[in-house]
Ligand binder design. Structure first.
Ligand code: DLZ
Ligand code: SF4
Length: 531
C-alpha cells in the first residue's frame, strides 16, 4: 500500500509488499469507532476520505452545511493522523479529483492496490446503490459493514415491521427503551410509570423567560479555509456564511452537548413547541448536525441526558421527550426509510401539484411567521422542530406544494439533513404524502395554532382572527381550502371527523369565499399548479 496517496510503493525485486485494506469514511461517518475503522492495522491500512463535487451539489446545499461537513471531515482526518493512522485525503480542489464517490474510490484502489475495500453502509439509498456497483466495478473485494451507530439495525427494523398493518412510532419506541434500558426501572417498567410525557411538553413561553445565550464556536484556521472555499465555489447556493458558529470537532460537539444539558434541558420539555421572534434556538439542543455526521452518537447523548435526570438536575418530561426524539423517532424514521425506499420518494397521496413559492428562498413575504422561519433558516441552516413542522411544513401541506420540491428544500437548507432522516419526516409527517404510513392524520393547522405557540402574529400584516378577506391570515382560509380540496381523500379518516363535521356545517357561499381567497392568494405567491 502506498502511504498517503500518490505513487505506490513496491517491495524489492518487483514483489508487492504485504497489502492492507483501504477503509472509506464518508462525510457523515465521522465517528472514531465507526465500523469501517474497527480492527484497523496502522502499519498496513489506509483510510480514504474524499471531498467530491457530486455530494456538494446533488442538491445545492446551504453554504453552512457544506462548510460544516468539509471542515468536520478535515478535522477528523487530522485526528486520525494524530492517532497514527494513514489517511489519504482528497480535497475538493485537488487536481484530478474525479468529483464522485465512485470515481474517487476507483482512483484510490488503482493508487493503493489494497487487498480489499472496507466501507460502512451509507445513510442514503443513492449512495447504497453506488456501493452495490462497486462490488462489480472494483478490482478488489468490497466489504460493506453495518452502521451499528444506530440502535436498531435495518434488519431488526424489518423484523419489527413484518406483519404489522401500521407502524406507529410509540410501540417501536417502547422496544428501544427496553433494548437500551434508558429510563427503565429495575422492575421493567418505564421511569415515572408512563412511556411518554408529551402532553406536558406544549406550554406557552412566559413573556419574560430568560433564554440562554446560543452556543457558538469561533472558526479556526481549517474552518476559515473551508469558509473561503465555500464562498468561492458555492457563492450562489442558498444561505449565509457570516454567522457560521458550528462545532466541527467531536470535542467541541461534546461541549455543545454539555452546555445543552446544563443550561437548556431543564426547560426543553415544557417549551418544546414554543416559538419566539429572534430566538431561533430557545431551549433546543441544536446537536442534530453533530449526531447525523457522527461527531456525537445516539447512545452518548441519551446517557448524558439520563444522567442529568438521575442526578435530579432535569425533569422527567424534558428527559423523556429528548430520549424519545433520539431512540424513538430518529431510529424509527431511518427504519421506515430503508424499509420503503426507493418507492417512498415518489409518494404523493394527496396529489399535491403546486410550486414552492419564492419566499421559501427570499423570505420576502408579509406573513411574519414564515418570514422569520425562512430568515432564521437562511442565517443558521437551522430551524427547530415546530418551525419546520407547523409553520414551514404546515404551509406547504395546506398550499398543496408538490412533495418533490418540498423534500428537496428541506434536504438542502438544514445542516442536519440527510435523506434517510429528512425524507420520511417530509413525506410522512409534514405532507402526509405517504397516505398515513407515519402519521395517523395530516398535521394541518390554521393560524390559531401559530398564534397560541408564538409571538409572530402580533407583528404580522395579517389578522390571525380574520377567517376570510384581504387582511385574513392566509393559514385560516388555506386550512379550510385544504379540507375542501382533499375531502374525498381525507373525510373518511377517523381522526379528521371533527374538522369535516365543521366543514359540513358551512354554507355553500362561505365555502366559495374560502376557495376564492385561497386561489387568489396562491396565485399571488406563485404557488401555481406545476404541470
Ligand atoms: C453532504 C456531503 C457533502 C456536502 N460533501 C461530502 C463530501 O465531499 N464527501 C463526503 O464523503 N460526504 C459528503 N457529504 C455527505 C454525503 O452526502 C453522505 O455521506 C451521503 O449522503 C451518505 O449519507
Ligand atoms: Fe403567520 Fe397568520 Fe400569524 Fe401572520 S397572522 S404570523 S401569517 S399565523
Amino acid at each position: 500500500m502506498s502511504r498517503g496517496g500518490g505513487e505506490t510503493h513496491e517491495g524489492g525485486g518487483g514483489q508487492a509488499r504485504q497489502r492492507g485494506s483501504l477503509r472509506l469514511v464518508l462525510g457523515d461517518q465521522l465517528t472514531p469507532d465507526i465500523a469501517a475503522l474497527r480492527d484497523i492495522d496502522r502499519e498496513q491500512d489506509v483510510v480514504l476520505m474524499v471531498e467530491v463535487h457530486d455530494e456538494t451539489v446533488y442538491v445545492p446545499h446551504h453554504k453552512q452545511k457544506i462548510a460544516f461537513l468539509l471542515s468536520a471531515m478535515r478535522h477528523f482526518a487530522q485526528e486520525l493522523r494524530g492517532d497514527g493512522i494513514t489517511v489519504d485525503y482528497v480535497s475538493l480542489e485537488a487536481q484530478e479529483n474525479a468529483g464522485s464517490f465512485t470515481g474517487e474510490v476507483m482512483r484510490a484502489v488503482a493508487r493503493h492496490h489494497p487487498e480489499r475495500l472496507i466501507v460502512t453502509e451509507p445513510g442514503e439509498w443513492r449512495v447504497w446503490q453506488m456501493m452495490q456497483d462497486w462490488r462489480e466495478e472494483c478490482a478488489v473485494p468490497v466489504e460493506i459493514r453495518e452502521d451499528d451507530r444506530f440502535i436498531c439495525s435495518r434488519a431488526e427494523f424489518a423484523d419489527w415491521a413484518e406483519g404489522r398493518k401500521s407502524y406507529r412510532m410509540e410501540f417501536f419506541y417502547r422496544e428501544m427503551r427496553r433494548k437500551t434500558g434508558l429510563l427503565m426501572r429495575e422492575d421493567g417498567e418505564p421511569e415515572g410509570g408512563a412511556w411518554n410525557f408529551d402532553a406536558e411538553n406544549r406550554k406557552k413561553l412566559p413573556a419574560r423567560i430568560k433564554v440562554p445565550k446560543a452556543t457558538a464556536f469561533r472558526p479556526d484556521a481549517i474552518t476559515q479555509d473551508v469558509l473561503a472555499l465555500v464562498e468561492r465555489r458555492f457563492g450562489n447556493h442558498f444561505g449565509d456564511l457570516e454567522g457560521f458558529a458550528w462545532a466541527v470537532t467531536r470535542k467541541d460537539a461534546r461541549t455543545a452537548l454539555t452546555r445543552f444539558v446544563n443550561e437548556r434541558l431543564d426547560n426543553y420539555g415544557d417549551y418544546q413547541d414554543a416559538m419566539k421572534r429572534d430566538e431561533p434556538f430557545l431551549f433546543h439542543a441544536v446537536i442534530a448536525p453533530y449526531l447525523n455526521a457522527g461527531l456525537l452518537t445516539a447512545r452518548e447523548v441519551c446517557v448524558a441526558v439520563e444522567e442529568a435526570y438521575r442526578a435530579g438536575r432535569a425533569p422527567l418530561n424534558a428527559v423523556e421527550g429528548f430520549i424519545r426524539q433520539v431512540i424513538g423517532w430518529r431510529e424509527y424514521v431511518r427504519g421506515i426509510y430503508w424499509l420503503k425506499m426507493p418507492d417512498y420518494a415518489g409518494t404523493n397521496a394527496l396529489e399535491a401539484k403546486r410550486k414552492l413559492p419564492d419566499f421559501y428562498w427570499s423570505a420576502d413575504t408579509p406573513m411574519a411567521c414564515l418570514r422569520a422561519c425562512v430568515e432564521e433558516t437562511r442565517a443558521n441552516a437551522y430551524a427547530h422542530h415546530i418551525q419546520r413542522l407547523m409553520v414551514l411544513g404546515n404551509f406547504a401541506l395546506l398550499a398543496g406544494i408538490t412533495p418533490r420540491e418540498v423534500q428537496e428544500w428541506y434536504l438542502l437548507v438544514y445542516a442536519d439533513a440527510y435523506e434517510w432522516v429528512e425524507l420520511p419526516n417530509v413525506h410522512g409527517m409534514v405532507l402526509f404524502a405517504d397516505g398515513g404510513l407515519l402519521a395517523s392524520k395530516p398535521y394541518a393547522a390554521s393560524g390559531a395554532y401559530i398564534d397560541r405557540m408564538s409571538d409572530y402574529c402580533k407583528g404580522c400584516a395579517y389578522d390571525v382572527r380574520a377567517k376570510t378577506g384581504e387582511k385574513a391570515c392566509p393559514f385560516n382560509y388555506l386550512y379550510w381550502n385544504f379540507l375542501i380540496e382533499n375531502e374525498d381523500r381525507l373525510s373518511g379518516n377517523p381522526r379528521m371527523g371533527m374538522p369535516y363535521r365543521n366543514l359540513a356545517r358551512m354554507s355553500e357561499a362561505r365555502r366559495e369565499e374560502i376557495v376564492a381567497d385561497a386561489r387568489r392568494f396562491l396565485e399571488e405567491v406563485g404557488a401555481l399548479v406545476d404541470e
